[in-house]
Design a protein around this ligand. Structure first.
Ligand SMILES: Cc1cc2nc3c(=O)[nH]c(=O)nc-3n(C[C@H](O)[C@H](O)[C@H](O)COP(=O)(O)O)c2cc1C
Length: 151
């Protein structure tokens, strides 16, 4: 069942970032979607024990950084190790969005969200935020992901 769903549903590839108590971190996420026009709201589904989720709860803000085609090393870097153990930003330039969420220099676009709700969803939690600012910095094609393959 999982394979059929994963093969048929195209996903983007994003780095979800947050900063709290002087610590910045980011994680790769594909389960990301717009969920409201007015107010403009986004949702990220985040699994248990992810360090990024802890920072989002502490700061009350997060950013969705959009990767573009070819940025598979970045997806792996932020997606296969935890910020609890390594500083994932060590070799990555970033600036701060107006509410302090880290914005990766390598991202083609971002939106910063204010945390509004958290809903349980099986072994994940749906983190829902209202978009407070957003910017398209490079006019490129977003990276997409279907069943283990990047496009
Ligand atoms: C392509 C890709 C997509 C991912 N999508 C998600 C996702 O939507 N939700 C999630 O909780 N983890 C997702 N992950 C796994 C997290 O990025 C990974 O567990 C990460 O190490 C968590 O980091 P943290 O503990 O520093 O927050 C994805 C990983 C990859 C490589």
């Amino acid at each position: 069942m999982q394979k059929i769903i994963a093969k048929g549903i195209t996903l983007g590839v994003y780095i979800i970032t947050a900063k709290a108590g002087g610590k910045a971190n980011g994680m790769t996420a594909s389960w990301v979607s717009q969920v409201s026009f007015s107010p403009l709201m986004m949702m990220v589904s985040i699994g248990q024990n992810k360090y990024t989720k802890e920072l989002i709860r502490q700061s009350g803000f997060f950013a969705i950084n959009v990767l573009s085609t070819g940025q598979t090393d970045e997806a792996r870097h932020f997606g296969f190790q935890s910020g609890r153990k390594v500083d994932k930003f060590k070799d990555f330039g970033y600036s701060n969005a107006p509410q302090g969420s880290p914005i990766l220099e390598c991202a083609m676009a971002y939106c910063e969200c204010e945390l509004k709700d958290v809903f349980p969803a099986g072994d994940h939690e749906l983190i829902v935020g209202e978009v407070v600012n957003a910017k398209l910095t490079k006019d490129m094609t977003p990276l997409t992901f279907v069943w283990g393959d990047y496009f």
